[in-house]
Design a protein around this ligand. Structure first.
Ligand code: DON
Length: 317
């Protein structure tokens, strides 16, 4: 732990400005050198490693942006929190968590962990639990995926948002490990459908959005599922608590414990280079920089969050 976060003096009185975001972004821009763009999904390997964006949706939905905030990338694992929200809304928490755990992890996102022992995924944030979660959303064919897409469109108030067919095809043709998990869970009696359900997971991971969209997603869960413009259609304090608790304990995978120590906020990363952060009751943060550290989390993204949290004293603890 060489990056422990101590809040700066007078942090609580500091006002957020675009300029402050910009200086944090510039300070951390070169951290991409420490990371590597994901290429196990071949299509992701084409991303520009130098792209970087930092976005904040502050109290009352006010938006602050810096860098390539309108550059699109795929949300990847960040889609798992949306799938969790929908599955729990439809089936209830007990039914979903009867099939998987609330556990944290010391394993990477694509680990089979205890699928071979207890038979159940550790949590809905790692791939196994997320694939299962998506299979639990009601409807045939691509209907569950369309529900996820619609929810992301709603939260971001961005109705033209869509998924990347090329990233989807790339994941589908190379995602044999995920396919292995899918069939092991089918063997364990947790999954009842066919491969359409796995395709929905690949599709949700391929939804394209921006850092600003991620900040809006962070804001939504930070504020009891109320949208950044105040729309309260999905307001649900318990659901926001559940999703944020999973983000806190497993949203950054095996790095989650150290991250809770240094950043101290519910966050969810994706191998597209995005991280969505919720500052409970306050704001949402969205960062993007495609080069990833050894845990599959954005390297420069993490460092920008760390500096911002320090500057404004945002850690929960
Ligand atoms: O299933 C996969 O491997 C990817 N579609 C998503 C993994 C991911 O984003 C892990 N996050 N850091």
């Amino acid at each position: 732990v060489n990056t422990i976060t101590y809040a700066q003096k007078g942090a609580e009185n500091k006002i957020i400005t675009e300029k402050s975001l910009e200086s944090i972004l510039e300070k951390n821009r070169t951290y991409y050198i420490e990371g590597k763009v994901a290429d196990y999904i071949p299509e992701l390997g084409k991303m520009d490693a130098k792209a970087i964006a930092f976005s904040v949706v502050a109290k009352n939905g006010k938006i602050f942006n810096s860098g390539d905030v309108h550059k699109k990338f795929t949300m990847q694992s960040i889609s798992k929190i949306i799938a969790l929200m929908i599955a729990v809304n439809e089936r209830g928490e007990a039914d979903v968590f009867n099939k998987m755990g609330y556990f944290g992890t010391d394993r990477p996102f694509n680990h089979f962990s205890n699928l071979e022992t207890t038979g159940k995924p550790l949590n809905p944030m790692m791939n196994a639990g997320a694939i299962l979660t998506t299979s639990l959303i009601l409807g045939n064919g691509e209907k569950p995926f369309l529900k996820i897409l619609d929810m992301v469109r709603y939260i971001t108030k961005n109705p033209t948002l869509d998924y990347s067919k090329s990233v989807y095809e790339s994941e589908k043709s190379t995602g044999h490990r995920n396919r292995g998990m899918f069939y092991l869970m089918k063997n364990n009696g947790l999954i009842s459908g066919n491969e359409d359900q796995l395709d929905n997971y690949f599709r949700q991971c391929s939804i394209e959005l921006t850092a600003e969209d991620l900040a809006k997603i962070g804001y939504f869960f930070a504020n009891q599922c109320v949208r950044f413009d105040g729309d309260a259609t999905y307001k649900n304090k318990e659901l926001a608590r559940l999703v944020q608790s999973q983000m806190l304990i497993a949203g950054m995978y095996e790095f989650s414990g150290e991250y809770a120590r240094t950043v101290g906020l519910p966050s969810k990363s994706g191998v597209g280079g995005g991280i969505a952060v919720s500052v409970p009751g306050k704001m949402g943060i969205g960062v993007f920089s495609p080069a990833l550290d050894q845990h599959g989390n954005s390297s420069a993204g993490y460092h920008m969050i760390l500096d911002f949290v320090k500057q404004y004293d945002l850690s929960l603890f």
